[in-house]
Design a protein around this ligand. Structure first.
Ligand SMILES: C[S@@+](CC[C@H](N)C(=O)[O-])C[C@H]1O[C@@H](n2cnc3c(N)ncnc32)[C@H](O)[C@@H]1O
Length: 235
């Protein structure tokens, strides 16, 4: 089982409720930045797309969307929400994703890189991101900062969410336990996986070596997300 598989069905509800208005504002900001940086109708690939927080609205806005996600269950959720069947969905790890298609714009945001916990896999994943882009193509990527690697407790009348993050050097053990009220029944979901806090300089150097330049450092605009945000351009 891959991270998120066990609770993909309730992922949207758990995130929307426990992150409150921040989630909506952060999503709106991300969509605004993407629209500022790319022209409508272009081909966009969303790496670690999840249930389509960004893929779905971008598809509605007229972008030609491709989504890649390691979790089969997250892909199924996205598929069920793609009523018009316009999105190309690939259940694959970024580090294994090979495509003959070339895209104008790529996304790899909301902690996706942290799920990769060894450097060899990170190298493969970043190299695959590059291979998917046209020369001159752009990628929006976040690099979560150490402060983002912390637990969470959220309790409402319909949702209890406990996230415990244990530090083991650079790699953290992430444990999620969710109790959610569904038609008078409380249902429990749990998940456990590793995440890694990557040093920003290490990721930035790897991107540079691959031929990416920082087009814009957007970290100030995304302040409060606990991550640095960069728009890279492929030479
Ligand atoms: C926190 S969610 C973010 C989803 C989406 N990017 C967003 O902005 O809402 C992280 C997603 O990354 C996916 N993921 C993690 N590691 C991955 C990998 N190596 N390849 C592809 N997807 C991955 C997970 O399955 C999960 O759906």
């Amino acid at each position: 089982m891959t991270a998120h598989d066990s609770w993909a069905k309730i992922y949207d509800r758990a995130y929307k409720e426990s992150f409150g208005s921040f989630y909506k504002e952060f999503t709106e900001l991300t969509l605004k930045v993407i629209q500022e940086e790319t022209a409508q109708g272009l081909k966009v690939i969303d790496f670690g797309a999840g249930t389509g927080r960004l893929t779905l609205p971008l598809s509605e806005l007229g972008f030609e969307m491709t989504a890649v996600d390691a979790s089969l269950e997250m892909c199924k959720e996205l598929q069920s929400k793609d009523i018009k069947k316009k999105i190309n969905i690939h259940n694959e790890f970024i580090e294994n994703f090979i495509s003959n298609e070339r895209y104008d714009f790529a996304l790899c945001v909301f902690s996706v890189l942290t799920y990769i916990t060894d450097e060899q896999t990170l190298n493969k994943a970043l190299s695959n991101l590059k291979e998917c882009l046209h020369s001159g193509g752009l990628i929006l990527m976040d690099i979560p900062l150490p402060g983002a690697f912390k637990g969470l407790t959220y309790k409402s009348e319909t949702l209890h969410r406990d996230v415990i993050v244990d530090k083991q050097n650079d790699v953290f053990n992430y444990r999620e336990s969710i109790d959610i009220l569904n038609e008078n029944n409380w249902i429990n979901y749990s998940d456990e996986f590793k995440i890694r806090c990557w040093q920003p300089d290490l990721v930035l150097n790897k991107m540079k070596q691959l031929g990416f330049n920082i087009q814009k450092d957007l970290s100030e605009r995304f302040i409060g997300t606990g991550a640095l945000y960069f728009l890279f351009k492929l030479n």
